[in-house]
Design a protein around this ligand. Structure first.
Ligand code: C2E
Ligand code: MG
Ligand code: MG
Length: 762
């Protein structure tokens, strides 16, 4: 094509010149011959110039066209991220793209010497035609070069001859593959892939461990789409499931929750867009067991179908639920007996109370207390105590299995709720059955003692405005009969007033201890033989802020129930010992100071130490202190009682058996226990004068006691006749209004001072 162009121009020029000369030659003899010659010469010249210009223009056009294509080529190369260069085989020109400029650290300049630069990229100093041909013919050749900064580069060049100029200059486009970059990418890829593997592994692990399944539900479509994992978890055979099919797998107690969820989703799915909610249900798992699953779901309206879709994860939360159950167990179960505790009883009771109101039925609320439990605990140890509680719980559970609800509500207090079937004696019968079971239980050292329990009960809802109140009323009934072991009492409204007074009293009593409202009165003990005062019994009084003097018979039982008794006894002991020592220091005749102990006091572990400390503090000889114990204490566990008493005896302290003849009197105690004095109860004294049997008993007691060097004293002696009979029966001492009422310390002091040796005792 290019050859054709040149030929055409040459032909046109030669033809123009020849034509011009031929015409000029034809007109050479004519006048106008010179003019024609000149005109044709001009024509020939113009033809040559036009031809030349045409050739020139054509050439320019071609160059322009080539430039455009080269630019486009370069433009393409410029924008690729791989290094690229456009150069020619004559090494007269080089155009580098940005990637190569950056990599080679060479700024593009117009004065670039392509001869020097291009060979560098191919790791050479010069490039021969053979090198260039080799570059073009064998593609993908790797070359190394070092950038001015010293950075080595390995590039795989792919060189293509893209164009050849008219002058035979061939333009070459070399596109490189920067191996450094590739290697960097590769290592990054490796790192990523490693990370990817790790996280994928972790993901898989999590999936395996937590059993995360996915579930999709489309609105208006009754179908669920479980993921493969969920299918495996639930043992589903298909990846599509109907709501009904899933419902069949729901635990019966959770079906209501499931149905309500389905209903909500059907009607209000839109409300759940962007809101994450959780539903927890028990579903039959692949192994056929019901397991807890937590479904965390969310609705979206961006699904391809255009429908609302609810999707979420399903996780097996059985373990967490079991933990929750354990926590609930701790919160609602009594650790010793395994029975529900007070918290649970309150929940159940409140629910039942509501039921009774709605359904017009009734329940009995029974509170049962193991008699003298604290003594068992103290004397036989906590293990025996716990054993007894468990035995009791067993007896309760039998009743529970008969349709009741049993709970342990505190230490030795249990509660039973049972349906009222119209028999008002039913609670007493139930407690009677428990009592019979309990009587057969042998607890450690108590095996030779029969165990009893007392109960109080109230009817729900008629006996109170709430379950709490009914339970409280049953407790009232229990405590109102607590003096008699094995008693079973029904709550009455009259009881209420007494109990209220008592509970008010208890609050006030605790303040009385702090406010020094307690005082000691002293009642003399007189020798029947000589009329001398041999001792004083300290009897407590409460000087109520109202001015009333409250008798111990009223507040001591309350104090015993609330453990306030320990504080009270501490006061009595300290005050009585102080007073006894004071009288001695005053030079009054030496007498024995008696103090009364409750069983709670006696079974305190460090009681002997406490007493000795008090004696030492005031400097009183232990033989001047007598402790009065009631025989009921000995009923607990005779061995423990005996050893505790022996301890006190060894400390030199005197021990009196108070109220002998009441309750479970047994003369054997005089043999088994180291008493120094036996106090015949007032009931003997009162009936003595016209009852020869009583007289005989007193006689026997005095005789047995004397044989054991135990002194005998009769309390409540009001008449000289009584005193006379007592003396004849062999009684040593007397105490009663006949000789002196309980009196204040000052009066007692006077009484001792005036102690007449020749006092007539009857
Ligand atoms: P107790 O130890 O048997 O005391 C004898 C009770 O009989 C005293 O009643 C006394 O005032 C009363 N009494 C004495 N002589 C006669 C009499 O001739 N006729 C009549 N009808 N009663 C007489 P008090 O002081 O009311 O004490 C009652 C009970 O309270 C005491 O019986 C004792 O068991 C207890 N008590 C008194 N003070 C204390 C104390 O400091 N601690 C403890 N734990 N109990 C105490
Ligand atoms: Mg007494
Ligand atoms: Mg007494």
């Amino acid at each position: 094509m290019k050859i054709k162009n040149h030929l055409l121009v040459s032909i046109v020029v030669v033809f123009s010149l020849l034509t011009g000369y031929m015409i000029a030659f034809a007109f050479r003899h004519r006048e106008q011959g010179d003019l024609v010659f000149i005109i044709f010469n001009i024509y020939a010249l113009i033809a040559v110039v036009v031809s030349f210009l045409a050739v020139l223009r054509r050439k320019r056009l071609e160059t322009f066209k080539r430039d455009i294509s080269r630019k486009r080529l370069f433009y393409l190369a410029k924008n690729i991220s791989s290094p690229a260069m456009l150069w020619n085989d004559r090494l007269t020109e080089l155009i580098m793209n940005d990637a190569l400029t950056e990599l080679s650290e060479m700024k593009m300049r117009s004065d670039f010497d392509a001869k020097l630069v291009v060979p560098i990229f191919f790791g050479k100093k010069t490039l021969t035609d053979a090198d260039i041909s080799a570059l073009v013919s064998s593609k993908d050749q790797e070359f190394s070069f070092t950038a001015p900064s010293g950075m080595p580069h390995d590039i795989i060049w792919n060189t293509t001859a893209v164009e050849t100029d008219d002058d035979g200059t061939t333009w070459l486009l070399s596109i490189g593959l920067d191996l450094n970059r590739i290697r960097k990418m590769q290592s990054e890829l490796e790192t990523y892939s490693k990370r990817l593997n790790v996280s994928e592994g972790r993901h898989n692990l999590t999936m395996e461990l937590t059993d995360v399944g996915l579930l999709l539900i489309e609105q208006g479509n009754d179908k669920l789409f479980p993921s493969e994992k969920l299918q495996a978890m639930l043992g589903l055979k298909s990846d599509v499931l109907t709501v009904q099919e899933l419902r069949k797998r729901i635990y019966p107690l959770d079906v209501v929750a499931f149905d309500s969820h389905v209903q909500t989703m059907r009607n209000h799915m839109r409300d759940f867009i962007g809101r994450t909610e959780t539903l927890e249900l028990r579903i039959c798992a692949a192994d056929g067991q019901y397991r807890w699953y937590s479904y965390r779901f969310k609705a979206t309206d961006t699904a391809e179908s255009g429908r609302l879709v609810v999707g979420g994860s399903v996780i097996d939360v059985t373990k967490e639920k079991e933990k929750d159950a354990q926590i609930e167990q701790i919160a609602y179960e009594d650790a010793v007996t395994g029975l529900p505790n007070r918290n649970k009883l309150m929940i159940m009771g409140n629910e039942l109370y509501q039921c009774t109101l709605e359904l017009s039925n009734a329940y009995w609320v029974i509170v049962i207390d193991i008699d003298r439990f604290h003594l068992i605990n103290d004397t036989c140890g906590y293990a025996a105590g716990n054993e007894l509680l468990k035995s009791f719980a067993d007896a309760m559970i039998r009743q529970q299995n008969l349709g009741g609800f049993g709970a342990r509500i505190s230490g030795d207090n249990f509660a039973l709720i049972m349906r009222d079937t119209g028999d008002d004696d039913a609670p007493a019968k139930v407690v009677g059955r428990i009592q019979r079971v309990l009587a057969t239980k042998a607890v450690g050292a108590l095996s030779n003692r029969s165990l009893t329990c007392s109960a109080g009960f109230a009817k729900m809802p008629s006996d109170g405005g709430s379950f709490e109140e009914i339970l409280e009323h049953a407790e009232f009934a229990l405590s109102s009969g607590s003096k008699v072991h094995g008693s079973i009492n029904r709550y009455t409204h009259e009881m209420h007033d007494t109990i209220i007074q008592e509970s008010n009293l208890e609050t006030q009593l605790s303040e009385a201890v702090m406010n020094n409202e307690l005082v000691l009165y002293y009642q003399p003990k007189v020798s029947l033989e000589t009329g001398e005062i041999i001792g004083m019994e300290a009897l407590i009084r409460w000087k109520h802020p109202s001015g009333k003097l409250i008798s111990p018979g009223v507040f001591i039982p309350i104090a015993e129930r609330s453990q306030l008794i320990i504080q009270i006894t501490r006061f009595v002991m300290d005050e009585a010992v102080r007073q006894a020592k004071l009288w001695q220091t005053m030079g009054l005749p030496e007498i024995v100071m008696s103090i009364n102990f409750s069983s709670t006091d006696f079974y305190q572990n460090n009681i002997c130490n406490q007493i000795q400390k008090t004696l030492r503090r005031h400097g009183l000889d232990p033989r001047f202190l007598e402790i009065e114990l009631t025989e009921s204490m000995a009923l607990m566990d005779i061995d423990t009682t005996a050893s505790r008493m022996q301890e006190l005896r060894e400390a030199g302290i005197q021990l009196a058996m108070d109220d002998f003849g009441t309750g479970y009197s047994s003369l054997s105690y005089l043999h088994e226990l180291p008493f120094t004095m036996v106090k015949l109860d007032r009931s003997f004294v009162v009936n003595m004068h016209d009852d020869p049997v009583v007289q005989e008993i007193v006689h026997s007691v005095a005789r047995i006691a004397a044989a054991k060097q135990i002194k005998t004293i009769a309390e409540g002696v009001e008449t000289p006749e009584q005193a006379k009979i007592l003396r004849e029966a062999g009684c040593d001492y007397v105490q009663g209004f006949l000789y002196g009422h309980p009196m204040s310390a000052q009066e007692a002091e006077q009484f001792i001072r005036n102690n007449p040796r020749d006092r007539k005792t009857f």
